[in-house]
Design a protein. Structure first.
Length: 556
């Protein structure tokens, strides 16, 4: 077992440690079992970190297993994306990826075994009809009229279902358990249904597919999983999980299901169905839109995988559902980026500054620190000339008392360069400032003066002659409401944030040309940014990963 004192304990870690200490298990095997019907999101990241994390901590292994039992909704695109996301997050699985479809023959045999034991039967009731028979938790159900079919008849019908003789929905195979149980999942649940659809791996070999509740526990048992970790909504399914395993022939010990609280975050939705709606309706620009809670979207936005892992660790593992503020995720992102991101200067809303006492053809370079948190990051040379760009918000003609930036008659420091003083402004016919006319103090090269005078403001800048023009996409939270899909009588799309994406034309340090995607940079005094995959040297595109501090004004 790995020694991880920096990680707080939780009930699953304690359970696994106790199981190993008692000899109940001599090793640990977990699994991450996504259905390939969409892209993974931040909620899945918690499960990935837990399943792969505890296996690694205790010297065990974790399987990547696709629960591909519904060919109508699944696609190879999602299979490939899931594997990429797990790898990107920093984890690897034992052996080759596994699939529920690898076990279709075995699961069919297990279902046949249940029929032979009189514990399953073929039923023709529709789902709607069976809901009436099933009843409610406070009232016993009514047995299906087909519950007492003979074993021979059930076996014959089940074989014919597999052979493709019947159309979708005409028959299902039900487990015969207890129509009086207060747990509705034990009232003769369907375990097989007919689906005439092409499967992404098995093609048209099968038209009979197991229901998730039947397949999942058997997959765990076949793979010799020791600890099957699921989110809390599966707690009521656990008796069915155990019933299936106990009533078919399997080697011992059997896997055990343990539930933990799923991850819920403010200002987003975690339903793959709802996320798919946003994609199909064009509300976002695909699954990898940086506003999406998908891992591929967060990757494109520039979230480092280490920050996501740290976030999942901070959220913790409990038995109680809660709501985590999006600000905690952003805090983890900032904390990681502050450590690793190099600094550069960028002006998002440029206004020109002309230094009147600097030679028109003059040019020099100033040394700037790449990352004050990491001395090994070194320094860079930043070009300087007569004409510069600064952010428009760093100048005011009539500033309030606490304004510490550039104003008429005021001296400020240009980051890593020199002191300048505003002399006048030039405006256009609409009264908008086009130029700020300044003078510089040549003695202040490098940011100080021989007389040791101090200035109260420091602003960033970019040399106009050398500036790199770039499109910068300012991303914010996708929804204005903390729980957009939990507001009564409202569609979650009504709370889409109209300001979740703003695009500006910016001026960047020339050294930012050609930075590869997923390279984090702190634009000094502005925020953290990363090049978009669509970025090209001749047409740079940068995405805002996070602001320097939480300035969210929406509902939380």
């Amino acid at each position: 077992m790995n020694d991880t004192p920096e990680k707080p304990s939780h009930f699953i870690r304690e359970m696994i440690a106790a199981d190993l200490a008692s000899g109940k298990h001599d090793s640990v095997r977990t699994r991450f079992p996504p259905e390939p019907n969409g892209y993974l999101h931040i909620g899945h990241a918690k499960s990935i970190c837990l399943n792969f994390g505890v296996a690694e901590e205790f010297g065990g292994v974790c399987n990547l297993r696709y629960d591909d039992t519904n060919p109508v909704k699944e696609d190879q695109e999602y299979v490939d994306a899931i594997a990429r996301d797990v790898k990107w997050l920093g984890f690897d699985w034992d052996g080759e990826p596994k699939f529920a479809s690898d076990y279709f023959e075995q699961m069919y045999a297990f279902a046949t075994e249940l029929i032979e034991k009189g514990l399953a039967y073929v039923c023709t009731l529709t789902p709607e009809e069976f809901r009436e028979y099933r009843g409610v938790p406070t009232r016993p159900g009514t047995p299906s009229p087909h519950r007492d079919r003979s074993v021979a008849e059930n076996l014959d019908l089940f074989r014919r279902m597999k052979a493709g003789e019947f159309s979708d929905g005409t028959y299902v195979l039900r487990a015969k358990i207890d129509m009086d149980s207060p747990n509705l999942h034990l009232r003769d649940p369907a375990i097989y249904r007919i689906r005439h659809a092409t499967h992404h791996r098995t093609g048209d070999t099968w038209c009979l597919y197991p229901i998730y509740d039947f397949a999942h526990c058997l997959e765990d048992a076949i793979e010799r999983v020791t600890h099957s970790l699921c989110t809390l909504e599966f707690e009521v399914h656990r008796p069915l999980y155990n019933w299936i395993l106990e009533n078919v022939t399997l080697p011992k010990p059997l896997p055990e299901q343990t539930e933990f609280a799923r991850l819920n975050i403010t200002n987003t939705v975690m339903s793959k169905r709802k996320l798919l709606e946003l994609v199909r309706e064009g509300e976002v620009n695909g699954w990898d839109d940086p506003r999406m809670p998908t891992l591929v979207g967060m990757r494109r936005r520039g979230y480092p995988p280490a920050a996501i892992r740290a976030f999942c660790e901070k959220v913790g593992v409990t038995k109680f559902n809660g709501l985590t503020d999006f600000a905690l995720l952003e805090f983890c992102v900032r904390e990681e980026l502050n450590r690793v991101a190099e600094r550069r200067m960028a002006v998002l809303d440029p206004v020109k500054v002309v230094i009147e006492n600097y030679p028109e053809d003059g040019e020099e370079f100033f040394e700037a620190v790449n990352n004050p948190e990491n001395p090994e990051a070194g320094t860079r040379q930043v070009p300087f000339c007569r004409e510069l760009y600064i952010d428009r918000e760093d100048f005011m003609e009539d500033p309030p008392g606490k304004f510490r930036r550039l104003a008429p008659g005021r001296e400020v420091r240009l980051r890593a360069a020199c002191y300048i003083t505003c002399q006048s402004v030039v405006k256009n016919d609409q009264g908008e400032i086009e130029e700020i006319r300044c003078v510089w103090d040549p003695e202040s090269r490098g940011g100080g003066t021989p007389d040791g005078r101090k200035v109260k403001g420091t602003i960033h800048w970019v040399s106009a002659r050398h500036a790199l023009s770039a499109e910068v996409r300012l991303y914010d939270r996708l929804f204005t409401e903390a729980q957009p899909d939990a507001v009564e009588d409202k569609d979650f799309r009504e709370f889409l944030n109209p300001e979740s994406l703003q695009v500006v034309q910016a001026k960047l340090e020339p050294g930012l040309a050609g930075f590869p995607p997923e390279t984090p940079v702190q634009f000094e005094r502005v925020g953290y940014f990363t090049p978009d995959p669509d970025s090209r040297p001749d047409a740079p595109v940068w995405n805002r990963t996070a602001t320097l501090r939480d300035g969210w004004k929406g509902k939380t």
